[in-house]
Design a protein around this ligand. Structure first.
Ligand code: HEC
Length: 160
């Protein structure tokens, strides 16, 4: 890829462009989401930018935003110390937009993700490798359950 562009992309502007862009391409499948909204229970819902979001969607959004920051820091050569494991464990229990997606397969993939997230948090050196392995677990679940954000998640990979 063009090396001269990397500076622009690693600067703070990137974080904002991620936040802005994330409003557009993050639904599991964009067109279907509108028609479902009315059937959802309201107690586990929060309104963000005029769009109602479930607890799981908000948690996922946070995971994405945090992992984008982590990626930038690792790329810039920093050693990253995060402490999100307990919070991210909520992917096992948080209410989802489509609760039928939370089946045994989801739970197994969520376990695998959390194991890899823990490995990343405890990694000494080789952080990029541990980060990419953890990200692979985001992708496995997304390819199965929620393909919308796959492209965006792939962009978080740290290239060697
Ligand atoms: C075990 C399965 C699973 C794993 C692991 C997983 N996701 Fe998700 N993700 C989902 C599901 C299901 C949704 C839909 C949530 C909803 O709409 O309630 C979702 C939604 C999202 C969204 C869209 C949120 C929104 O604004 O609507 C993003 C972004 C996302 N995930 C990123 C990630 C990232 C980054 C990781 C890894 C750090 C990850 N996910 C790991 C299943 C998973």
């Amino acid at each position: 890829m063009a090396k001269d562009n990397t500076d622009i992309w690693t600067m703070k502007g990137l974080k904002w462009s991620i936040l802005v862009a994330s409003c557009f391409f993050f639904a599991c499948s964009q067109p279907a989401s509108e028609s479902k909204e009315e059937q959802l229970p309201t107690d586990s819902m929060t309104v963000v930018n005029g769009v109602e979001r479930t607890e799981l969607a908000l948690l996922m959004r946070k995971m994405y935003d945090e992992m984008a920051l982590v990626k930038d820091s690792i790329k810039e050569g920093f050693t990253v110390k995060t402490n999100f494991l307990n919070e991210f464990k909520r992917i096992q229990t948080a209410h989802a937009t489509e609760p039928e997606k939370i089946d045994a397969t989801y739970k197994a993939m969520a376990d695998a993700f959390l194991i890899n997230y823990e490995l990343f948090e405890s990694s000494q050196g080789e952080q990029a490798k541990a980060f990419n392995s953890m990200l692979q677990n985001c992708l496995v679940c997304h390819e199965n359950k929620c393909p919308g954000p796959v492209k965006a998640i792939k962009k978080l990979r740290i290239k060697p």
